[in-house]
Design a protein around this ligand. Structure first.
Ligand code: UTP
Length: 407
């Protein structure tokens, strides 16, 4: 991009300071900064003054397939799932593009060692879990791994160094997600360096559009992949492409299956599956009215009782319906390292600015039907967000041990 065009683009949004160090840069740095200005979608910044956010539709309960029902139908679901997996109709997609700031680890979260007497990395736990399905069905399942430009090289070289933890290397495909600019609390863009605007991964919803950008949707079509199990890096206990879940989703003939756990308490802080204006959706815990918390289903159980755990089985043919511009943009307050007006680096101890993200749970609302599928929390949900306390390395280690995983 030419310098004048970059100046015009920045002037339109009142962010001229991005070029404050321009004259100090060498030729390559100048070019890199101008390229970044050209590529960056600054429209996210307008979300800071947009007050229309948060308007929701009419919520109604969405019944889950409960564990008791799954047990009754286990062999039927299992067979249907194994059939789909053996026919090569399923793939797995690991969302590993997040910054994992709460864990405070200097590398991609998946490189964290949860082992105690031996090495056991988060990525390794996930691959082991997927290998259970591979071994059970005698079928290799294609594994896509989404990274971001912040952690791509680290992630790819770690997998290579560890020999893919026993997974088949040519069944693993890495791709990078898109980035979004970050700004301070007044909406002023942060600079990461004199030649670079601060950016962060644009949220975990971007996985499908990033795959399309890289032409990876062709793999889905060419290989006849009809279902893709999308899951987070944090949960070291989750089952991936497990036959019963696959079978239940296929037989229910829905657009997406969503693993859910029964809420531990009516006010537990998890997003809950429901419908919104007749479409599947997720209501956040702070959006639940007292009336919704008190509502009961026909069995007398709480009607809004199933929290999502970020493990969804998407029907691939429905993904074209999902477009980024239809999804809400979430503004998240985070700690953002940057340089000052005089070029000094700052690593903030407290949240100092905003990142912009689209979330995978908002994809669900663009689809027509969803099957919430209940799993046993203690067996399938051990998220690692923090080092200690709730949803931490400590709590995950306890749950891993309780499930017979040697640490
Ligand atoms: P989290 O919501 O825990 O976000 O992501 P995070 O950014 O990694 O963690 P904190 O908040 O900074 O501590 C849930 C899942 O979505 C992925 C994460 O890697 C994790 O698997 N994710 C998140 C992405 O792949 N891309 C993103 O832009 C954000």
């Amino acid at each position: 991009m030419e310098l004048q065009k970059a100046k015009d683009k920045l002037a339109q949004i009142g962010q001229e300071h991005v070029l404050a160090f321009y004259d100090e840069l060498d030729g390559a740095q100048k070019e890199a900064l101008l390229d970044q200005i050209e590529e960056t979608d600054f429209s996210v910044l307008s979300r800071l003054s947009d007050k229309t956010d948060g308007k929701r539709g009419v919520f109604a309960p969405l019944a889950a397939m409960q564990i008791s029902r799954i047990e009754q139908r286990r062999s039927e679901l299992y067979e249907a799932g194994v059939l789909a997996i053996r026919a090569g109709k399923t793939a797995a997609l690991l969302l590993a593009g997040g910054m994992g700031t709460r864990l405070g680890f200097d590398h991609p979260k998946g490189m964290y060692n949860v082992g105690v007497t031996k090495e056991l990395y988060i990525f390794e736990c996930i691959v082991n879990n997927l290998l259970d399905t591979v071994n059970e069905t005698g079928t290799w399942i294609r594994l896509f791994i989404m990274t971001s430009e912040k952690n791509h090289e680290d992630t790819v070289s770690f997998f290579k160094e560890k020999n893919y933890f026993g997974y088949k290397a040519d069944m693993v495909t890495f791709f990078k997600q898109k980035m979004a600019p970050c700004c301070d609390l007044d909406g002023r863009l942060f600079m990461e360096a004199k030649d670079r605007i601060s950016t962060s991964p644009n949220g975990n919803a971007g996985w499908y559009s990033s795959m399309v950008r890289d032409g990876l949707d062709a793999i889905l079509r060419d290989e006849g992949i009809e279902w893709i199990d999308v899951f987070a890096v944090d949960n070291v206990l989750q089952r991936i492409c497990d036959p019963c879940f696959v079978g239940a989703t296929v037989l229910a003939d829905v657009s997406v299956g969503a693993k859910v756990v029964r809420k531990a308490a009516p006010d537990e802080k998890v997003g809950v599956m429901c419908t919104e204006d007749g479409r599947p959706s997720i209501v956040e815990y702070y959006e639940l009215s007292q009336e919704m918390m008190d509502a009961k289903d026909e069995n007398g159980d709480p009607a809004y009782n199933y929290g999502v755990i970020l493990n969804y089985l998407f029907r691939t043919s429905e993904l074209e319906k999902v477009t980024d511009d239809k999804m809400p943009l979430h503004v998240v307050k985070k700690k953002i390292p940057h340089i000052t007006k005089t070029g000094e680096p700052v690593s903030p101890a407290e949240p100092n600015g905003y990142k912009f993200e689209q979330l995978v749970l908002d994809m669900i609302h663009q689809l027509s039907t969803c099957l919430p599928y209940e799993v046993v929390r203690e067996k399938e949900f051990a998220p690692i967000k923090n080092l200690t306390g709730v949803d931490s390395v400590d709590s995950a280690r306890e749950l891993l041990r309780a499930n017979g995983v040697e640490l």
